[in-house]
Write a protein that binds this ligand. Sequence first.
Ligand SMILES: [Zn+2]
Length: 320
Amino acid sequence: MKKIFLVALCTTMGTCVMAQSAITEKEIKDHIWYLASPKMKGRFPGTAGNNKAADYLVKQFKKSGISPFGNSYFQEFTAKMRVKKGVTDTPYVQTKNVVGFIEGSDPKLKNEYIVIGAHYDHLGMGGASSKKPDTVAVHPGADDNASGTAALLEISEKLAANKASLKRSIIIIAFSAEEQGLLGSKYFTEHPLVPLSQIKLMINMDMVGRMNTEKHLYMGGAASFDGGMELMKSLGPKIGINPIVNAYDVGGSDHVSFYKKNIPVLGFHTGGHPQYHTPEDDRKLINIAGEKLVCDYIYEALTTIANRNEPILFVPEKKM
Ligand SMILES: [Zn+2]
């Protein structure tokens, strides 16, 4: 009742204060500003900042009308943390993937799944994986990977609003402990919520906030499913970006865990920079307008693939 009233109110007033189901620069910025704020202390697994980020994601999923898969949005696991060379005790911490679900509308194809994901953890105060391992300071991880997490929230919000037109089902995953060795995605592929054979594509976003002036968006894996290369190239002009479409060159983020299970993947990023894995990977350096284009492009790709009538087939790399 309340919702109907609000919708009516919005229509009469012409403007609306409710969250928009469209992908907007403002919402991308809001998500990044929250996730990469100094008080989150670098979202290190097992810390309050990481748990707060997970709670924020659940809040956003609920706001967007995204359901949990089963009873909980959380998939908890134990992460073995990286330590500096020479350190002998291995810390283990509890952390969690945050998983949402949008059911497809086609009676048959809804039993096939497309996973879209991004890791939300980062390096905390530095340590073993920092480029400045002896500096103890908040590593805010604005590009790595508040940017990908924000893109995940915006794309999935729009998917949920348009779910009636989606044939296949979508699983949305914010992974934890990526920086510790892809641990969240490894855990998911070892404990998948649906049979792996029914996951037809995994789309990953890791560092998508620093698009350059040439509007390059890099991706690996486009040839890992039939028709991928042609599709990914064709969408560039429509959105107004220059996609750099790599056939394989799968790289080193969470999509690799799926690729190893013979699942087609697309791994997206906007390129490296000097602030990578340092305390200087700051919110102010994010190209918000560029990230909006990244979201538009991935949304277009995802919906095209989710709605195609032909099966989505894994095409393994032919090693010479
Ligand atoms: Zn990352």
